[in-house]
Design a protein around this ligand. Structure first.
Ligand SMILES: *Cc1c(COP(=O)(O)O)cnc(C)c1O
Length: 381
């Protein structure tokens, strides 16, 4: 069994994807070909924002947003403690201080009450100026924007939505990557919408920021002259081949993949309801894109042994994430290492992510659920 069956997906989409790749090869517009612009329009329309700027990966997307805002030394950026490293790596690379905030134990997303406490604390201490809140739509579920947005407004902070795992998710009719003042996503192959290499995108309604991001993404170029470099930027573009692949995959994603993966997640929830595990909790009115199906084992369970048992049955499982951000070695000795995040620390000890993808059958889910329950029972004795 595959954790995320990308081979199966390719089998299904192969005729269209192969044709698209060949067309790009024949056109020789390998960088910034017409497919890139077409895709940007399609993505912006799907998400419901004015501008989409594609780039080389989801990490660059975050960095480009922060550069457009001029975030740097002396600024405080609030980041959930339970996330992939990029969410905090990028603000720190710009010179800002990452303030790690604990998450909600059921949704895995930033805890609004802890966020407000952290903002007040930073303001009171006066060492850094609060500037940005990074929300992560972890495992596919949008963060609690109903609570986070008013906090950003109250304290005059910019909201950066890291939608790398949430693309396709929504709250009511509003799509992921439309919640931030700037929002970002990743097209890393295993993400909800992935390409065949690295890729990313940035979304915003603001003309000025969109223009700045386009400049930063291409060596700080002037708006109309590529060889007039008016600021220090980066080289961060989405390849034309990746854009062409994404055009095919976006159609499948919209037409059935997102629905299918929600169905698969529903089967897990049904089959594991009597397992004693804490199952993913999706808030009322929220829709997840199910980047992961992540359960919580009881504290006393031996997670390593459970994973080994599953592996005996060729069932892969993963731990997202092993380490709270504030404990990562890269932050050792900095103010970012000082954080009070007991929920994240517990989650890092208890979470387990199960195989999940839109092409999974009900039989697959039943098999994983049965073997997982067996593994938990055998470990009780
Ligand atoms: C994957 C991921 C990123 C980074 O995306 P890349 O395309 O791999 O650079 C950033 N944030 C989160 C939450 C992610 O899961």
């Amino acid at each position: 069994m595959e954790f995320r069956n990308l081979k199966k997906q390719y089998e299904v989409l192969k005729p269209d994807i192969d044709a698209k790749i060949q067309a790009v090869c024949a056109s020789a517009h390998y960088i910034s070909g017409p497919e890139v612009q077409e895709l940007e329009h399609q993505l912006a329309e799907y998400v419901g924002v004015k501008h989409c700027i594609t780039c080389a990966n989801g990490t660059d997307a975050i960095s480009l947003a922060l550069k457009a805002w001029g975030i740097g030394e002396g600024d405080a950026v609030f980041v959930p403690d339970f996330t992939f490293f990029s969410s905090g790596e990028c603000p720190a690379c710009e010179g800002a201080a990452c303030i790690f905030v604990d998450v909600d134990e059921r949704t895995y997303n930033i805890d609004p009450a802890r966020l407000e406490e952290a903002i007040i604390k930073v303001k009171t201490e006066g060492k850094y100026v609060p500037k940005v809140v990074v929300t992560v739509d972890l495992f596919g579920q949008p963060a609690d924007y109903d609570a986070v947005k008013p906090i950003c407004e109250k304290y005059g902070l910019l909201l950066l939505e890291d939608g790398a795992q949430g693309f396709g998710g929504s709250i009511g009719n509003k799509m992921v990557c439309s919640f931030g003042d700037i929002s970002t996503t990743s097209f890393f192959p295993a993400k909800p919408l992935g390409c065949y290499g690295d890729g990313g995108a940035i979304f915003t309604d603001c003309d000025e920021w969109a223009c700045l991001i386009r400049s930063y993404a291409v060596h700080g170029k002037n708006a109309d002259d590529k060889y007039d470099n008016v600021r220090l930027g980066m080289n961060s573009r989405l390849d034309t081949i990746q854009a062409a692949i994404l055009q095919v995959k976006l159609n499948a994603f919209k037409e059935y993949e997102l629905d299918n993966v929600n169905k698969v997640a529903g089967w897990y929830t049904e089959k594991l309801s009597d397992s004693g595990l804490l199952l993913p909790y999706i808030k009322e009115g929220y829709r997840s894109s199910w980047a992961q199906y992540t359960v919580q084992l009881p504290e006393e369970a031996d997670r390593t042994a459970v994973q080994a048992k599953l592996k005996e049955h060729h069932i892969p499982s993963m731990i997202y994430y092993m380490k709270p951000m504030h404990i990562q070695g890269a932050f050792a000795g900095t103010d970012s290492a000082i954080a009070d995040c007991p929920v994240t620390e517990r989650l890092c000890r208890t979470v387990l992510s199960l195989p999940l993808h839109p092409y999974m059958t009900k039989e697959d889910v039943e098999f994983v659920a049965a073997k997982l329950k067996e593994a938990l029972d055998s470990k009780k004795k």
